[in-house]
Each structure stands twice: as C-alpha cells, then as structure tokens.
Design a protein around this ligand. Structure first.
Ligand SMILES: Cc1cc2nc3c(=O)[nH]c(=O)nc-3n(C[C@H](O)[C@H](O)[C@H](O)COP(=O)(O)O)c2cc1C
Length: 262
C-alpha cells in the first residue's frame, strides 16, 4: 500500500508527530511525507491508497492552511481510508470533527483520529512564565507509535468504516476563543536592533505575510498572516515578537523538536 502523510505545521509540533508516524508506518507501507505548502500543482493526491493528515488547532478550529488544502482538493476517484490528527496546546474542541466532515466530502474516509497535546505555540509567547505550556503530553512518542500500529491494522483491512469524531458539547464554552481567533490577528513587531536581515522569517512564511523592505528588513502584512507564529519561534535573533516593547523571553526553536529528546 502507498500511504501519503500530509501535514500542516506552523512551528513544528504537527511535523514532529508526522515524522514519528512515518518512521513506524514505513516498516509496512511505502510512505511519502510532505507538508501541504510543498505540494506542487503536479502532485496527484489520488495516487495513494491511504492517508494520514495532521494539522494544528488554532482557536478550536483546523489551521487555515489545512482547510485551504481540503477545500481546494479534488475528490478522490474512490473512497480511501485516512487517519486524521491534530496537535493542540490544551484542547482541540471540534477541530477534528470539522475537518473529518470536509474529508468525507472528498472521498477521504477518516477511520480513526487523535488529538495530541503538545507545547502551546501561542501560549508560550503570551505567557512564558507558565511552564506547563512548554510541555508535551506524557510519553508522546510511545503514544504516537501505538497509533501507528493501529493505523497499520486499519488500513490493511478489506473494508473500513468512517468514524466521525463525536460533537463535543463542552466546546460551546470555547466559542469566545473561536470568535476571537476569527476576528483578531495580533500584530508581529520587529525589533530592528536584533534583526540581522537574514530573511529566514520571509522564507519560512507560507502565507507571504513577511516581505522585505528596501533595506531587507521584514515588513509584516497582517491581512495575510495565518497566526502560526513560525516567524517568531524560528527567528535566530529573537527579533520578532507579539509585544512592541519586548522580545520573546523564550522560543520553540528547531532544536526543541529534536526527536531524540522526546
Ligand atoms: C493562533 C493560535 C491559536 C491556538 N489555539 C488553540 C486552541 O484553541 N486550543 C488549543 O488547545 N491550542 C491552541 N493553540 C496551540 C496549538 O494548537 C499547538 O501549539 C499546536 O501543537 C501547534 O502546532 P504546530 O507547531 O504544528 O504549529 C493555538 C496556537 C496558535 C498559534
């Protein structure tokens, strides 16, 4: 079987989960792992027999990039199984259910799903003094590997059943969070004195929300921003911040997502 592992990851959590799943699944399947922003027009999603699709939860909703992917995707030629997952900092509400419904419309049939609690990529910037926001759920890697074993069993079955995540009633309490997410995009401030004009933030922004000015300093375009905060976390000089007067105290830089440390 050929399996496509497709993910959107703002900062690195969702990519980390995709990589652990890939390491296990390739023991049995031929796998291809790819980030949604790297999909070219020539890439044929329908060429696979099963799918693993991951995305972060932003304000109790699937991230904009993954929604854009699924909304624009062509329907598969026939129904094929998928494992869908989200990563979240605290709780994902109905993000998986919202995404699963969209998948079904495209003949991608979610057979199982899981939410993984990871570092809160927004929370660590806003509340760096709360240590729990920097932690992953206990035994994360082992739990992901167990999920991979489940996927192996489910995908090789002759037939499979759709498994729509149940509507979580308590997510109604999260409505203000969702509304805030839709209405407000926080500004990203440049601290010029720290900026080395390396262009990493510009290159890394999937949404073209960072553009160079005449002097090669990044200019922030709020309208295009997906609010993933990759630019802030991966700036080598702490030159970007959600605050006008201070640079981030702590970041989740690349080394933070080193698998051998989990
Ligand atoms: C703008 C924004 C909104 C978020 N909203 C939620 C949320 O509603 N619930 C939650 O549990 N985590 C929330 N988070 C945390 C992310 O879901 C979590 O850190 C995720 O693992 C990030 O994945 P990534 O590193 O692949 O981008 C939010 C993060 C950001 C940046």
């Amino acid at each position: 079987m050929k399996i496509l592992i497709l993910y959107h990851s703002g900062v690195g959590n969702t990519k980390l989960v995709a990589e652990v799943l890939n390491n296990k699944l390739r023991e049995l399947f031929e796998t291809k792992i790819i980030a949604v922003e790297k999909l070219s027009n020539e890439f044929v999603v329908d060429n696979y027999d099963g799918y693993v699709i991951g995305f972060p939860t932003y304000h109790a909703h699937p991230s904009g990039s993954i929604i854009k992917f699924i909304d624009n995707a062509d329907s598969l030629s026939k129904k094929k199984p998928a494992y869908i997952y989200t990563t979240c900092g605290w709780y994902s509400g109905n993000a998986l259910r919202i995404f699963a419904k969209k998948c079904i419309r495209k003949n991608i049939i979610p057979t199982s799903n899981r939410s993984f609690r990871c570092t809160a990529t927004d929370g660590v910037l806003l509340f760096p003094f709360i240590n729990s926001l920097f932690t992953f759920e206990k035994n994360l890697v082992q739990k992901i590997e167990r999920e991979a074993e489940r996927i192996k069993k489910e995908f090789i079955r002759e037939s499979y059943r759709p498994n729509l995540p149940r509507f979580k009633l308590y997510s109604i309490l999260n409505f203000p969070n969702k509304k805030i997410g839709q209405l407000i995009t926080l500004k990203i401030f440049l601290h010029k004195e720290n900026c080395s004009r390396c262009g990493k933030c510009i290159k890394n922004c999937n949404m073209n929300a960072m553009k160079p000015n005449n002097a090669n300093f990044p200019l922030f375009d709020k309208d295009n921003c997906e609010k993933c905060y990759r630019c802030i976390h991966h700036c080598p000089n702490k030159a970007l911040s959600l605050f006008k007067r201070k640079v981030p105290e702590k970041q989740l830089s690349e080394g933070f997502f080193d698998l051998s440390r989990r």
